[in-house]
Design a protein around this ligand. Structure first.
Ligand code: SIN
Length: 537
């Protein structure tokens, strides 16, 4: 029986685990927090899919390619759009109760840059939670073995490919803080495997402002970089335009703008149309930049999201917001805002990493036996900017594809469709001491993660330039040179964030032109234009 280790328990990892299990593999799923505590859980808007008779795969393909600013891979996008409906129906079979109208038809949601309202949602704005809960139940019922509170340290790669993973496991689950050193006790663990699926998500914790939960520290990408796995497009970081400003960032779904909420400046003027004819529903990178520039123009004061006119009266608007967006409604009101009656301050925040580990259309990476799915992967579906609500879809579609493929791949030569091996990884990327060394006491003070997050926000945020990127590169190089030997999970996360940050900065420096979410304020003005996509229906 093929032994598969899946690292990560969001929609992509769970889909891969379930499909590999159904294909007869023995599957162990490793997750660094409690099962179900993932970025997927926080997805609000919904999942895009071609589910309605008057929508079409062609239309979804086109919207995705346009949002990707010409850099998405048309073959991957076609797979995404064509197989999405089947995967969404599979979620329904697993118990996800997508919202339906009185006739039992899925309620349609609109989000930015979709030419058709093809987003379906559950619990109003609790789609991620509904999906995560159903997949967790299914994985347990299918006999997937689960290791919670278990951290990926490194991939084990030999000349024949991946042979397993090195982990750190809390010796007590759930973990208890060790009174002596403040860290929960950890034990190294090696899991051998015929195949490993990385589904560790993104790296939103690189930034001072992010919609991502604390677990999003780029662990899978960092492990891949250390192992010399091909990785690309790391300069493409998506900033979500609308997060509640002040206090902990809280996402206010694009679906709120899809329902008609508008963005206004200090004078109450809708400024988004200055940047794009689609105004508030322009591609995310365009809206995020328009907001950032408007904030700068008004002396740092946040712009506001005005949802007060979604219904004819304030009472009707309040009832609508509470029903359609119960999670956001509660969060906004908990901060003292009555958003049915007053506009709320919003700001952009790091949301999604389009780049990642290069894969083919079945999740295969450049290393035999190693697969990558979900946000950690660069499947080619997002190009330079992800279309709203395509991320859950990507996880479901490509997670399933990888899971279906693993058993069939076992024992065969790694196919030519897999990405080319990475150019030799830099010595600094590979210089990783063995696990035993990394659990020994550290000698230097730990990195202040907040300093890295601030540096990345300033230098590699919504807009970048050569000077800021060069400064960040030298600061990060110095921090890496001084880094202590990682001891706790937090130390490992810091080391991973530093490594991924170095590669994000290097990728951003290597692309002097603006495209999609990578916007260089020092680029020639014409380079920011979105390409016209020839031959796309
Ligand atoms: C949102 O609800 O605005 C986020 C959806 C997404 O990132 O696709």
């Amino acid at each position: 029986m093929t032994a598969v280790v899946v690292v990560g328990s969001g929609i992509a990892g769970l889909a891969a685990a379930l499909h590999a299990r159904a294909a007869g593999c023995a599957v162990t799923l490793v997750t660094k927090d409690a099962l179900g505590h993932t970025n997927t859980r926080f997805a609000q808007g919904g999942i895009a899919g071609v589910l309605f008779a008057d929508d079409s795969v062609e239309s979804h393909v086109r919207d995705t390619l346009v949002a990707g600013a010409g850099l998405a891979d048309p073959a991957a996008v076609r797979v995404l759009a064509a197989e999405g409906a089947a995967r969404i129906r599979e979620l329904v079979q697993l118990g996800v109760a997508f919202d339906r109208d009185a006739d039992g038809v899925f309620v349609k949601g609109r989000e930015a840059a979709h030419s058709y309202p093809r987003i379906v949602h559950a619990g109003g704005d609790a789609t991620g939670r509904a999906i995560e809960d159903a997949l967790v139940r299914a994985a347990r019922a299918a006999g997937v073995q689960v290791l919670e509170h278990t951290f990926l340290v490194d991939l084990v790669v030999t000349t024949r490919g991946v042979t397993g993973v090195d982990l750190l496991r809390h010796s007590e689950v759930p973990p208890r803080a060790d009174a002596k050193n403040g860290h929960p006790p950890l034990a190294p663990l090696h899991l051998p495997a015929d195949a490993v699926v990385l589904a560790t998500g993104g790296a939103g914790q690189l930034y001072a402002h992010t919609t991502n939960p604390p677990v999003a520290t780029g662990d899978g990408i960092a492990a891949a970089l250390r192992a010399g796995v091909a990785v690309s497009d790391l300069e493409f970081v998506q900033f979500h335009p609308t997060v509640l400003a002040g206090g902990e960032p809280f996402l206010v779904s694009e679906a709120v703008r899809g329902e008609g909420a508008v963005l206004i400046d200090d004078a109450g003027r809708r400024f988004a149309f200055d940047a794009h004819p689609d105004g508030e529903l322009a591609p995310r990178d365009v809206v995020a930049r328009a907001i950032a520039r408007q904030v700068a123009a008004q002396g740092g004061r946040p712009v506001r999201l005005d949802a007060t006119r979604l219904r004819p009266t304030a009472e009707a608007t309040a009832a609508f917001l509470a029903h359609r967006f119960p999670t956001i409604d509660a969060a906004v009101r908990a901060r003292g805002w009555d958003w049915a009656r007053e506009p709320v301050p919003v700001t952009p925040a790091a949301h999604y990493l389009m780049g990642g580990i290069d894969t083919d259309l079945h999740g295969r990476t450049s290393v035999p036996g190693l697969y990558a799915v979900g946000e950690v992967a660069r499947t080619g579906v997002h190009g330079a900017n992800r279309l709203a609500s395509n991320s859950l879809l990507e996880g479901a579609v490509f997670g399933a594809r990888a899971g279906d493929t693993i058993a069939a791949d076992a024992g065969l030569p790694w196919p030519a469709s897999a990405p080319a091996p990475a150019a030799a990884a830099s010595a600094s990327a590979r210089a990783t001491p063995p696990v035993a060394a990394r659990v020994s006491p550290a000698s230097a003070p730990p990195l202040a993660r907040a300093a890295l997050q601030r540096l990345m926000w300033d230098a590699a945020g919504v807009e970048r330039d050569a000077q800021g990127l060069a400064h960040a590169a030298s600061v990060i190089a110095a921090w890496r040179a001084d880094a202590a030997v990682p001891r706790s999970v937090a130390d490992h996360e810091d080391a991973n964030l530093l490594l991924v940050a170095a590669h994000v900065i290097a990728a951003a420096r290597a692309r002097p032109a603006s495209v999609g979410a990578h916007h260089r304020r020092d680029a020639a003005p014409t380079s920011a234009a979105r390409p016209v996509l020839e031959g796309v229906a």
